[in-house]
Design a protein around this ligand. Structure first.
Ligand code: NAD
Length: 211
C-alpha cells in the first residue's frame, strides 16, 4: 500500500502513480510552452479534483504559489527528482518474444527518462542481433551485462516457467526493481520492488462495465 517515504512519512502507492501522471501532463504543457498551471487545470486533465492534486504534492513540499498555481517546468523538474527520473534509468529486458520485441521497438521510453540498454534471450537465433539499436545478448551473460551496463531495472517478458529463475538471478546481480509482464507471482526479498503488468486483468476489469 505504501511506497517511498518523504521526511519520515510513508507515501501511498497511489500518490506515486499520480505523480507519474502529473509529470506526463506537465511534459505536454512544457512542450506547448505553457508556463503556469493551476491545480484545477492539472486535475481536470486527469479527472481528479484540485484538492487531490494539492494534497498529493503537499507530501513532498510547497510547490504552488497562491493565486498563480504551479510553474510548469519547475514542478516537472521537482516531480522527476522525487520519482528518480531526473537521471536516466537504465533498463534490461529479458525475453525478446512477441511482447519483448514490441517493447524494444517502441521509441518513446527515452522521453520519459528511461532507456533499454540491453536485451537478453536464450534463443540462439535472436542472440547477437540488434533491434532499435539495442543488442540482444545470450541470457548467460545477464549478470555480467547488468554490472557493466549499470542496469537499474529489469523488465521480465519470458515464459512463465522461466520467470522465477530469472528474477532470482537479476536480484542476485543487484537489481532492486522489476517490472514483471509474466503472469507469475515472484518471490523476492523485501527490499526488491516488483510491479506487475497484466493486460488480461485490465481488460477483465473493463469488460465488467460492458454488461
Ligand atoms: P514469446 O514466447 O513470444 O516470447 C518469450 C521469449 O522469451 C522468447 O523469445 C524466448 O526465446 C525467451 N525465453 C524463454 N526462456 C528464456 C530464458 N530462460 N531466458 C531468456 N529468454 C527466454 O512470449 P510473449 O508472447 O512475448 O510473452 C512473454 C511473456 O509475457 C509471457 O509470460 C506472457 O504470458 C506474458 N505476457 C504478458 C502480457 C501482459 O499483459 N502482462 C501480455 C502478453 C504476454
Amino acid at each position: 500500500m505504501f511506497n517511498i517515504s518523504s521526511g519520515g512519512r510513508k507515501i501511498p502507492k497511489a500518490v506515486i502513480k499520480r505523480l507519474s501522471l502529473y509529470s506526463r501532463v506537465l511534459q505536454a504543457m512544457e512542450m506547448r510552452s505553457v508556463e503556469k498551471i493551476s491545480s484545477m487545470e492539472l486535475g481536470e486533465k486527469l479527472g481528479l479534483n484540485p484538492a487531490q492534486v494539492r494534497k498529493d504534492l503537499a507530501y513532498f513540499g510547497q510547490f504552488g504559489v497562491r493565486g498563480v498555481g504551479y510553474y510548469v517546468a519547475e514542478l516537472r523538474k521537482s516531480i522527476k527528482r522525487i520519482l528518480g527520473t531526473d537521471r536516466e534509468v537504465r533498463v534490461g529486458l529479458i525475453g525478446v518474444g512477441n511482447l519483448g520485441l514490441a517493447l524494444l521497438s517502441y521509441g518513446g521510453f527515452a522521453r520519459q527518462g528511461f532507456r533499454i540498454v540491453a536485451a537478453f534471450d536464450n534463443d540462439k537465433r535472436k542472440v547477437g542481433s540488434v533491434k532499435n539499436n539495442i543488442e540482444i545478448f545470450n541470457v548467460h551473460e545477464l549478470e555480467e551485462k547488468i554490472k557493466v551496463r549499470a542496469i537499474d531495472l529489469a523488465i521480465l517478458a519470458v515464459p512463465a516457467d522461466a520467470a522465477q529463475e530469472i528474477a532470482d538471478r537479476v536480484v542476485k546481480a543487484g537489481i532492486s526493481a522489476i517490472l514483471n509482464f509474466v503472469p507469475t507471482r515472484l518471490v523476492v526479498p523485501d527490499d526488491v520492488k516488483v510491479h506487475y503488468v497484466d493486460l488480461a486483468i485490465e481488460i477483465e476489469s473493463l469488460t465488467y462495465y460492458l454488461r
